[in-house]
Ligand binder design. Structure first.
Ligand code: NAG
Ligand code: NAG
Ligand code: NAG
Ligand code: NAG
Ligand code: NAG
Ligand code: NAG
Ligand code: NAG
Ligand code: NAG
Length: 694
């Protein structure tokens, strides 16, 4: 059992060990734009898993991917730098995300298979040439259903091409294909067919941003609201739509906009979310990077109150008439935990150069780590507790079983040797005994015919009978010569009936007639004890139990539950034990003499399996002889006998003195009188019990 528990705990440990590895980790994509003048080498490479190099464009006449000479140098530098700084980062070349890509060019490119092929083949060529591991379409102006359909076709052909390309050269892995898509599949622009995305793209960057437009002059909040109680223009709504349209969450990558909007308030004091504004501030479109916002706040002084609204999941503040709505650390953390909770593929940062000392990138990565660390921490706590509980329960079960066994053993040993214990059974309620009429018994036993006579016991003959219901019974008729009167008879009935035990014959009832007193027992269709003692052999299973019988002497019956005198019990036991080990009726004097001369083994029944371990049998004989010593004061107590028989240390056993000189007949009578309790010899397999007919 203990070994099973240990194995179970081991499995829990193995299971938990594999958990952090299996737990989804967010991909952390950073868009880098060569046009920002931010050197790629300045990126904090520890905070991203993927970096997007932007932006390649499409040649308006050839529809091939076109790179300006300066781009060529930068893109080459990009992949080289990332490989050196953090080779585990995956690099992708992003297309169409720069300033004002020509709508007509992209629309036309996607409209015909030849232009698509030009685009596709050139994109693969350039990706391989500069060492990119993937390609990303960041063109988000596909605003007609024809555009969206064509782009869906493009995805399909693009995938087929990269698939073929990878098969052509087994030494390089297939290019990753991704695209930027609208915040919702129902959006006007960049809402590409879900089926195409699902089948042909590795994932999509969802534009969960830009819900408020600078033209909405009186709306100042939630430019990238995660939740918006007043509008469907929010991240939660869009992500849910994509998933409901059939895109699995692990194809969706959430946008973390590292920018916000600046608005000019109508009244500086009215500066909550939704306060009236006259229009964008600072720039024409009001778009302002996180870095710039932080610098504005810093330059203004320490009195700027930074706010966070958890309804929308947005940060905001106002400086004079300028109101800033943006995602600060709080909003970023909530969005990352949302991405984890929704089991999205990850998040992407638009753009890495907008961050302020990597505050937002770090907050995002930490939030992702924190979740995983929490999980690990949880397991670190839960696991030992679980293991400890299992061990404890296991131990308790084991302990209880052990204690129960111990008690059973103790009880068994008590039962076997101490007839006083049986007296305790007298406190039980009167057993359910049936009184049979003489007519019943005569019918069952064919009028106590000689054919049905099983034998003759100390109290009288015993008959086999069959009741009308088919039950086979043994009827013990009290001999007329018996001195037992009605009271004694009643005592015997009650005593025997109360001594119900697995190993004892069950008393079913009694029959009292003017002439006869009869006890009705369950008939056990097994061999009699005598048969086992003096016929076949004693089976290995039975031998060890045989001499640990319940027994009680006649006085016990006659006096009705009064503790029997020690001598009679002991003599009965001694006689009985010696009978078993010798396999014959034995003169105690002879047994004593042989034992004294060290020839005890000559007495032993050769069929006993224990003969090879003679000390056991000699111990039994020794104990038996102790029981029949002439001086009753020398005889051991029942408990001592029990202890001697159970204890393997034979050195402690006393040396028996001369046995009492009583005749074998007397001895037999003693034994026979005790037969009510001596009828059983039990074992795990066989119960050899029989109403003794002697
Ligand atoms: C487009 O490709 C053509 C043909 O190769 C070339 O002449 C032209 O300069 C390219 N245009 C741009 C904007 O790179
Ligand atoms: C290329 O990267 C290195 C550092 O990795 C930098 O020193 C160099 O200026 C970069 N060149 C360009 C053209 O960006
Ligand atoms: C935009 O693309 C179309 C078709 O590719 C082309 O005819 C047009 O000249 C391009 N416009 C500019 C400004 O490059
Ligand atoms: C699609 O977008 C382009 C460029 O943004 C614009 O010129 C055109 O009118 C739009 N078409 C529709 C149907 O919205
Ligand atoms: C694949 O290899 C074959 C022959 O080597 C070549 O003709 C074909 O252009 C290659 N295709 C790609 C997509 O690289
Ligand atoms: C296969 O890929 C490896 C590694 O990218 C490259 O060195 C090699 O030239 C390619 N072979 C072909 C036949 O394209
Ligand atoms: C905001 O603009 C809308 C539409 O122009 C207008 O109906 C509403 O009254 C304006 N709200 C405020 C507070 O100016
Ligand atoms: C967020 O802003 C809205 C609009 O002003 C307001 O109703 C709501 O109570 C705010 N929630 C929190 C948590 O500040």
């Amino acid at each position: 059992m203990a070994s099973k528990i240990i194995i179970l705990v081991l499995h829990i440990f193995i299971f938990s060990e594999s958990l952090p590895a299996r737990a989804q980790t967010l991909i952390k994509v950073g868009y880098w734009d060569s046009g920002d003048g931010f050197p790629i080498s300045d990126v904090n490479f520890a905070l991203f898993t993927h970096l997007m190099c932007g932006f390649a464009d499409v040649n308006s006449t050839t529809y091939e991917l076109s790179l300006s000479p300066s781009d060529e140098e930068q893109f080459s530098n990009f992949t080289d730098t990332v490989k050196i700084k953090n080779p585990s980062i995956t690099t992708l070349l992003s297309i169409g995300g720069g300033n004002n890509p020509n709508y007509s060019t992209y629309s036309s490119m996607s409209a015909s298979s030849s232009s698509r092929k030009s685009f596709i083949d050139s994109s693969i060529k350039i990706a391989r040439l500069y060492g990119f591991q993937g390609l990303d379409l960041s063109w988000n102006s596909a605003n007609t259903s024809r555009d969206k359909y064509n782009i869906g076709i493009l995805f399909k052909e693009w995938r087929a091409a990269v698939d073929l390309e990878a098969r052509n050269n087994s030494s390089q892995s297939q290019l990753i294909l991704t695209a930027k898509v609208a915040h919702s599949p129902l959006s006007t622009a960049a809402a590409y067919p879900v089926d195409s995305i699902r089948q042909y793209l590795n994932w999509v960057h969802v534009m969960t941003t830009g819900y408020s437009k600078p033209t909405w002059k009186n709306f100042t909040g939630a430019h990238a609201a995660l939740y918006d109680p007043n509008s469907v223009s929010n991240t939660e709504y869009g992500i849910t739509e994509w998933i409901e349209e059939g895109l699995s969450a692990d194809k969706l990558v959430l946008c973390l906009p590292f920018y916000g909007f600046a608005w000019t308030l109508v009244k500086p004091e009215d500066n909550g979310i939704g306060a009236a504004a006259t229009g964008p501030a600072l720039y024409d479109d009001g778009l302002v990077t996180y870095k710039e916002i932080k610098n504005h706040i810093k330059n203004y002084g320490p009195n700027v109150q930074l706010m966070y609204n958890s309804t929308y999941v947005v940060n905001y503040c106002s400086i004079g008439k300028i109101w800033f709505g943006f995602d600060d650390v709080e909003a970023v953390r909530v969005k990352v935990s949302y991405a984890k909770e929704k089991k999205l593929r990850g998040y992407y940062v638009w753009e890495v150069s907008y961050d302020h000392y990597w505050m937002l990138s770090r907050a995002a990565a930490e939030e992702d780590n924190k979740n995983r660390q929490n999980k690990r921490l949880l397991w670190a706590i839960v696991l030992p507790i679980t293991a400890a509980c299992i061990l404890l329960i296991g131990f308790l079960l084991y302990y209880c079983c052990w204690m129960k066994n111990l008690k059973l053993k103790a009880k068994a040993s008590k039962d076997s040797a101490n007839s006083q214990a049986d007296a305790g059974d007298f406190n039980r309620t009167d057993p359910d005994l049936r009184e049979y009429s003489l007519a019943d018994i005569e019918a069952a036993t064919d009028r106590l015919s000689i054919e049905n006579k099983l034998g003759e016991g100390g109290y009288g003959p015993v008959y086999k009978g069959v009741l009308p219901d088919g039950q086979i019974i043994a009827v013990k008729k009290l001999s007329k010569t018996s001195t037992q009167g009605f009271e004694e008879f009643k005592n015997e009935v009650m005593l025997t009936a109360k001594l119900q035990h697995l190993n004892l014959i069950r008393v079913l009832g009694f029959c009292i007639d003017t002439q006869e007193h009869m006890l009705i027992y369950e008939y056990m269709p097994k061999r009699s004890l005598d048969y086992f003692l003096f016929g076949i052999l004693i089976s290995k299973q039975t031998q060890s139990n045989c001499w640990k019988h319940r027994l009680y002497p006649p006085e016990y019956v006659e006096k009705g539950g009064i503790t029997p005198t020690k001598s009679d019990v002991l003599q009965s036991f001694g006689g009985f034990a010696s009978k078993i080990i010798s396999g014959r009726r034995l003169s105690f004097d002879m047994a004593y003499e042989l034992w004294k001369d060290g020839k005890g083994m000559e007495l032993m029944d050769s069929s006993l399996d224990d003969t090879h371990s003679s000390w056991k049998l000699l111990t039994c004989l020794q104990v038996a002889l102790l029981c029949v010593q002439e001086n009753p004061n020398n005889r051991p107590s029942i408990l001592e006998i029990s202890s001697m028989l159970e204890n393997e240390n034979t050195a402690d056993i006393m040396t028996p003195k001369k046995p009492a000189s009583f005749s074998n007949k007397a001895c037999e009578d003693e034994q026979n009188k005790a037969t009510i309790g001596l009828e059983i010899c039990s074992s795990n397999e066989v119960t050899i019990s029989q109403l003794v007919g002697r």
